[in-house]
Design a protein around this ligand. Sequence first.
Ligand code: HEC
Length: 445
Amino acid sequence: MDYASPSPRDIPLALPAPEWLLQGAIVVFFILHILFVNLMLGGAILTLYFERLGYRRGEPKFDALARRIAATVTVNKSLAVVLGVGPLLAMNVLYSVYFYSANALTGTAWVSIVPLAASAFLLLYWHKFSWEKMAGEKRRHMAILIVAVALLLAIPLIFLTNINLMLFPERWTSIAGFFSAAILPNVLPRYAHFLLATQAVTGLFLAWHLGRRQHADLEDLTPPTLRRMFYRVTLYASLAQFLVGPTVYFTLPSRGVTNQMTGVILAGVTMALAGILFLWQEIYETDERIGRGYWFVVAFLFGTVCCMALGRHLYREESIASHRTRMQERTAKFEVLSQAAFDDYQRELAKFPPEQRLFNFRCGACHAIDTVRVGPSLREIAGIYKDKPEGIVAWAMSPGKKRPSFPQMPKMSHVGERDLTTIAQYMISAGSVTAPAASQLQSKE
Ligand code: HEC
């Protein structure tokens, strides 16, 4: 399987699938993953917000609301984790050198994602399952969630820093760890962009999830009230994106900005405007009619997400394009040199008689005529098996353990008895020639 690939051959190996498929996979997988990351993080933040509101106002309905949101967080978390495997794999294949370099440069922080995520998840479960037990000690209960949220906030920052670092091969030599990578241009605006998106997506999800039917424990928080409330979360977060979004765009190093990418982003902005318009209408809709425009809002905002994800991908492709080209040139040169070296080697080999070639190929790494490489010299072997080549064959088929200071010789039965016999005869004759003749032979090796 050799797919002619115009770009990412950062390692001279064929891609395991056509490049367009991998590129498509990375965008689609990433959207799915980030969607559930948003719902997990946004849900955790809103849980904290409403639990605190209920506590401060002494209103159980907000506590009940927080609890209902908390129930969605752990589910969305599991989906986020599972769906995260896809983009990671596609990333590894498509951007091996870039991804690996960024990982290595932010090593400690990067690896710490695993314990951070594991701790955050355990805390989320602890918080969720201790709701009743810790009803009398709300502050402590909320403290568990605060730690979980802090950890959940740290993880995307590490990710983002890493992914951002991929785009700057020229900075790799001056980066020393996570913090120096985190202050590269664009990381913090992108992080803010992500956090707002998180709230926007979660608001929309909860408007649907909690707006479907009345729950007794939510008292006067009726479905229309809840819908309106969570629509507002989405609305404010989306409006704030009109400040943060341009900041992200204008702090992007211009190298990766193309008309195509800008066009895609602008298409996303247009859809966001349409989505916000529908959202606005929904909020001011009567209780009876609220919810009818929901899927329009979702469709437009989802369109925005897709455009942004695509724009981001186009940006990445463009900004590493020149580095890639140089890398490809290097790889091509390397391939030519390595082919030449191989041809050279074959030509040299052809000068030897076939039995010596066989020996060199199968045994020459460990055995030489006069010197001890890994195993004993041919001179010694010829001494032992003077007239018994079949003894060498038998040994090579199933070597014993003879010399205490030598390692065990590997079994060579895969060579086959016929070739082993040829090799054995060669070993005996080469090991029996006089020293000067032998040294001549040796120098030819
Ligand atoms: C990976 C290294 C390695 C390779 C490859 C290797 N040998 Fe050996 N060979 C050894 C070592 C080590 C010993 C010594 C083992 C011992 O004495 O326990 C040894 C010992 C021998 C001996 C001496 C046995 C004796 O009775 O003292 C013979 C004969 C021999 N090898 C034949 C071969 C042949 C034939 C091949 C290729 C088909 C081969 N070896 C490939 C490592 C190697």
